[in-house]
Design a protein around this ligand. Structure first.
Ligand SMILES: Nc1ncnc2c1ncn2[C@@H]1O[C@H](COP(=O)(O)OP(=O)(O)OP(=O)(O)O)[C@@H](O)[C@H]1O
Ligand SMILES: [Mg+2]
Length: 216
């Protein structure tokens, strides 16, 4: 079973990936958790290239590097693991590319869909949990994490860049459109719920789906 988590920065993806992984571990189910980009020798090298702050890469170049890293991960790691019957949990997959590059940066959605389809070699998640959080709530979460006052001043919002909020608003709209267009695999969850409640819902959904999932 192939499960992915999506959502804007700070929505709670890694928290839920950890909880779900622990659940499978306590049940002695073989589980593999991965992050993108990375996970193979070549993908880790691509990760270094992508995360180097000073490289002057074009948006197209960046899109293709992400895709190259994803193709390696899918063919070398994810598909072989699924073939052995393991559960694979991925913190972000191609929906992030569509939401961030497509909707956020306004790159051509048609091209992105084609590249996503090549990079994933046609592999589609069985379940995608989209943790829905408004950019404003994400910002509040970030501030409270740093123990800054919750009622932040407008000038502090300026520092966090208004344009950043517009970008994340587009990303969120993208995710909502994706979820609506592929309801067979997307589950949209209100990320403002407690981590425990979210984990409860996610566990229930995964177990129900595992019971009805066809053999690969
Ligand atoms: N349901 C929740 N309610 C409130 N706070 C949460 C919840 N889930 C996670 N958090 C907190 O919000 C912060 C971000 O969570 P997390 O790292 O899981 O998000 P993320 O989606 O993986 O973010 P990123 O995209 O930046 O990796 C952490 O401080 C975490 O403890
Ligand atoms: Mg994370």
């Amino acid at each position: 079973m192939f499960i992915t988590f999506e959502g804007i920065d700070g929505a709670g993806k890694s928290t839920q990936v950890r909880k779900l992984r622990n659940l499978f571990l306590t049940r002695e189910t073989e589980v593999l958790t991965l992050r993108e980009p990375g996970g193979t020798d070549i993908s880790e090298k691509i990760r270094e290239l992508l995360l180097e702050g000073d490289s002057d890469i074009t948006p197209t170049g960046e899109l293709l590097l992400f895709a190259a890293s994803r193709a390696e991960l899918v063919q070398r790691v994810i598909t072989p693991a699924l073939d052995t019957g393991a559960i694979v949990i991925l913190d972000r997959f191609y929906d992030s590319t569509t939401a961030y590059q497509g909707y956020g940066r306004k790159m051509d959605l048609d091209i992105i869909h084609r590249i996503n389809s090549i990079a994933s070699c046609g592999l589609e998640p069985d379940l995608t949990f989209y943790l829905d959080l408004s950019p404003e709530d994400a910002l509040i979460r970030k501030f409270s994490e740093k123990s800054l006052p919750l009622a932040f001043e407008p000038e502090e919002l300026d520092r966090m860049e208004r344009s950043g909020l517009d970008f994340y608003t587009r990303v969120r709209e993208g995710y909502l459109e994706l979820a609506a267009s592929e309801p067979h695999r997307f589950r949209t969850l209100d990320a403002l719920q407690s981590p425990e409640e979210l984990h409860r819902i996610i566990t229930e959904t995964v177990l129900a789906s595992a019971g009805s999932a066809p053999e690969r």
